[in-house]
Design a protein around this ligand. Structure first.
Ligand code: ATP
Ligand code: ZN
Ligand code: ZN
Length: 803
């Protein structure tokens, strides 16, 4: 008897290994590595992933698989292996690593259906089961006692398919199609026979005299302003044929993308692309760091590298940060590669995501453009992996499986013998250091396209503005320059750095700040509801009319939200048309796209926004960029604060003067002398790198040292201190003298949701045994961590969020 080795859907230490199950005869040949199965586990029936098949088991009494969920494996052998690697690398359960690779739908509740994909008779007993229907419940098949092997054959032949339908059906996946059954002459005759009163029917027939192609019923009805009742008799008479067709929920389906041709590359671009192309050709794994200033044509290098990969019959993964997955970006890929592209990002509904994923699985596309999780695209013949804006923190997953997409990319590409291209105008310090050491192959684009100059940057010291009596959040020079742009009908991008700069409420008399009662953090004021909200837990309360401390009526909100800026801006320059882009205005689906379209169509003078406008925008008419609070990030308790500030200023400045018209940038700051602000304003990446490296070395931070961050939390503060203390002691004792173990320290956010948080930070150069030690710690506390609202210990081997 063959045995399936199954990873069960129970994330715990004890179950973090394969369990053996027998394969009943009817499932033989169907159960293979990568399929999901239902198995008995204790008293329950749960889901599991088959990871391998073996001839025998060490156990004498084993249970059988109850059901098989997939007929085609959902995870390839490579992904199963990758899951193992990921689980070792991040110290997470194997099951969590497998789950993280699949679309949400496949973890959620679903209903299974069988779809007949052909009009031909299925040469087996399956056809009578369909009985003329295009879709049947999978249950019907299961109850029919028909053979799974037969089903498998139909699936392999592309005649039948298994579908998982999300429980909450968002949109229909089949649509009715109509097609003429007659030629024009015959339709002519039908028309003659139709009564003059049957106006709608006549219109339909006339339509098909001109259009031979099938059309969706819905579209036809809309075009002709008629109802299904008029279609019905025509179908009955055999004039038209009506049939159901599967539609993929293509989020970009209703848009036409203008096809673009590759540009002839500039000298610099050719020099950069040559080693990439040769790595593709020679199937040689190599990591490239493409350091190109903003607007230097990195994207064109990506596009042409991908073209080569497609020409070789291989597949490409293109990662972009969620925030940069703008319609403009998607357009560029769809424009070049058309329907060969699948797009994966969080704005898609669960169903849409699943459909895009399926296009990849079925090999209907060769390119995927997506955010972090697209790194797990189920391709089997990867020719290149590209990570744009590689310095972005959003490539790091911050819960459960704490992986960095860059690491996964390099691991996958090395298994496929293909290149990885990391691109950025401001590479992460770690990456640039690796390139400097020769671990990555450095490629440079130092010039902008069309020899456009980098925009002139002016720093405005806001302290001086204040001294000279300007209390506004707009400096005088910024105001003047905006007005000049309006006069010339050019456009402006205004950027407000909101992270670490939210609107808080303070009493002017006693200085009391309104804080969340459950978290150690100031509440944020939301103007349209006149309420205070905590961004870490769900707490909210009405805006007080007097100070709870001193009863003074002078309690006000401070700080700057985009809404506030918009108001001030409108008072300052009433004639300006402003588009505001922030979480509030882009919540509705498609809103993001619409606003950018409006701005692109010059329906507004100013685009005002937060982080989401910092990246990827390419508008030729933008000649001025203003940064309102450039240094807000500098005050965060994070050793990467300077690096982030440098990156952000550079990215935002990069939005100006990208085409013919030259650009200008105004940066308002309270710390113009800070090296990250100053060097960013001079586009001195190299020098910034040197400066920052000195500090990292002095304070023993990456890239000189690796970090491991333990965050311990519990409702009882004493308990947290005690556990953290124990971890610190244990690590100090076991690690080598070269390593530093810091703590216990209260985390920067000391309390979230009534749970106290302490941390222990390990800085090390080489500790091969470290993961084993951490495992021992987690094992030791396992019982306490299982309790509801009990102890939590989060270990991050590559921490980016230090709060
Ligand atoms: N070889 C080329 N010839 C002509 N135009 C080009 C060429 N390569 C790129 N471009 C155009 O130059 C502009 C800037 O290029 P692109 O957006 O690719 O730069 P980028 O380095 O990706 O910028 P960023 O990092 O700022 O997003 C785009 O409008 C692009 O279409
Ligand atoms: Zn007060
Ligand atoms: Zn809170």
């Amino acid at each position: 008897m063959t045995i399936a080795n199954v990873i069960v859907d129970v994330p715990s230490q004890n179950t973090n290994r394969p369990f053996d199950y027998g394969i009943p005869e009817k499932f033989e040949g169907i159960v293979q590595p990568g399929v999901r199965v239902i198995i008995p586990f204790g008293p329950r029936k749960i889901m599991g992933y088959v990871v391998s098949i073996s001839e025998e088991s060490d156990f004498s009494k084993i249970k059988n698989i109850i059901d098989v969920l997939d007929v085609t494996p959902v995870l390839t052998e490579e992904l199963l292996e990758l899951g193992k690697w990921l689980s070792r690398k991040t110290l997470s359960y194997y099951i969590s690593c497998l789950q993280v690779m699949l679309p949400q739908v496949m973890k959620a509740k679903y209903r299974k259906e069988l779809w007949k994909l052909t009009d031909e008779y299925l040469q087996s007993d399956l056809d009578p089961l369909f009985d003329g229907r295009a879709v049947i419940d999978y249950e019907e098949f299961e109850q029919s006692n028909l053979s799974y092997k037969m089903l498998r054959k139909h699936i392999d032949d592309g005649e039948v398919d298994v579908h998982y339908e999300v429980k909450s059906r968002e949109t229909k996946k089949v649509t009715s199609m109509l097609e003429p059954q007659m030629d024009t002459m015959q339709l002519e005759e039908v028309l003659v026979d139709l009564s003059k009163q049957a106006k709608k029917q006549r219109a339909i027939v006339e339509y098909f005299m001109d259009h031979k192609e099938p059309i969706t019923k819905k579209q036809l009805l809309q075009t002709l302003g008629t109802t299904a009742a008029s279609v019905k008799p025509l179908v009955k008479q055999g004039v038209l044929q009506e049939y159901e067709q599967e539609v993929f929920r293509d989020p970009y389906g209703n848009r036409n993308f203008e096809r673009t041709e590759p540009f002839p590359l500039t000298e610099e671009q050719s020099q950069a692309i040559t080693p990439i192309l040769s790595s593709i050709e020679q199937r040689q794994h190599e990591v490239f760091l493409l350091h190109g200033v903003t607007g230097s044509g990195k994207t064109e290098v990506y596009l042409q590298s991908i073209q080569q990969v497609i020409d070789n019959g291989k597949e490409a993964i293109m990662l972009v940060p969620e925030i940069a997955l703008t319609p403009q970006m998607v357009e560029r890929f769809k424009g070049r590669f058309g329907s060969k592209v699948a797009v994966l990002h969080s704005a898609l509904s669960a169903g849409e995501k699943y459909d895009e994923w399926r296009k990849i699985q079925r090999k209907e596309v060769q390119v995927v453009v997506g955010a972090r999780s697209a790194i797990f695209a189920p391709f089997s013949n990867i020719g290149i992996i590209i990570i744009d804006e590689e310095h972005e923190n959003s490539y790091k997953q911050e819960d459960r499986t704490r992986y960095h997409a860059r690491d996964v990319a390099i691991e996958r590409a090395s298994r496929h013998g293909s290149p990885v291209v990391l691109g950025s105008a401001t590479p992460a310090l770690e990456s640039y250091a690796r390139a400097a050491k020769g671990n990555y192959h450095l490629l440079t684009l130092s010039k902008r396209m069309n020899n456009a100059v980098m925009p002139e940057v002016e720093l405005v010291d806001m302290r001086e503005e204040l001294h000279e009596g300007n209390r506004s959040m707009f400096s005088r020079v910024l105001k003047e320059k905006i007005e000049a742009r309006l006069a010339r009908r050019e456009q402006v991008v205004l950027f407000l750095n909101r992270r670490g700069y939210s609107t808080f409420v303070m009493c002017r008399d006693c200085g009391h700040v309104m804080e969340c009662p459950h978290c150690d953090i100031a509440l944020t004021y939301h103007k349209n509801q006149n309420r205070l909200k905590c961004h870490y837990c769900s707490h909210e309360e009405p805006m007080p009319t007097e100070c709870p401390e001193c009863e003074s009526k002078t309690i006000r909100y401070f700080g700057t939200g985009t809404q506030k800026v918009e108001e001030v801006l409108q008072q300052l320059i009433p004639e300006a048309e402003v588009i505001r882009m922030d979480v509030d205005t882009t919540r509705r689906k498609g809103a993001h796209e619409k606003l950018l379209q409006q701005f692109g169509d010059k329906k507004a003078d100013i685009l005002l926004g937060t982080q989401m406008i910092a990246k990827g925008l390419d508008f030729g008419n933008v000649t001025l960029v203003g940064v309102l609070a450039a240094d807000a990030l500098l005050n965060l308790p994070d050793f990467r604060a300077s690096e982030k500030t440098f990156q952000l200023i550079t990215q935002v400045s990069g939005r100006a003067g990208r085409h013919e018209k030259p650009g200008e940038v105004i940066i308002q700051t309270y710390t113009p002398e800070h090296y990250s602000v100053e060097l960013a304003s001079q586009y001195e990446y190299e020098q910034f790198f040197q400066e920052e490296m000195k500090l990292r070395k002095a304070f023993n931070y990456p890239p000189y040292y690796f970090l491991t961050l333990f965050t311990v939390s519990h409702p009882n503060e004493l308990k947290v201190q005690e556990v953290t203390q124990k971890i610190v002691q244990f690590m100090r004792q076991k690690l080598s003298d070269q390593s530093m173990v810091l703590g216990p320290t209260p985390s920067a956010l000391t309390r979230i949701n009534n749970r106290y948080r302490y941390q222990c930070m390990v800085k090390y150069k080489k500790e091969p045994e470290q993961r084993k030690l951490v495992e021992r710690i987690l094992h030791y506390y396992e019982d306490e961590m299982k309790q509801e609202n009990g102890l939590q210990i989060v270990v991050d081997f590559q921490p980016y969020q230090l709060m």
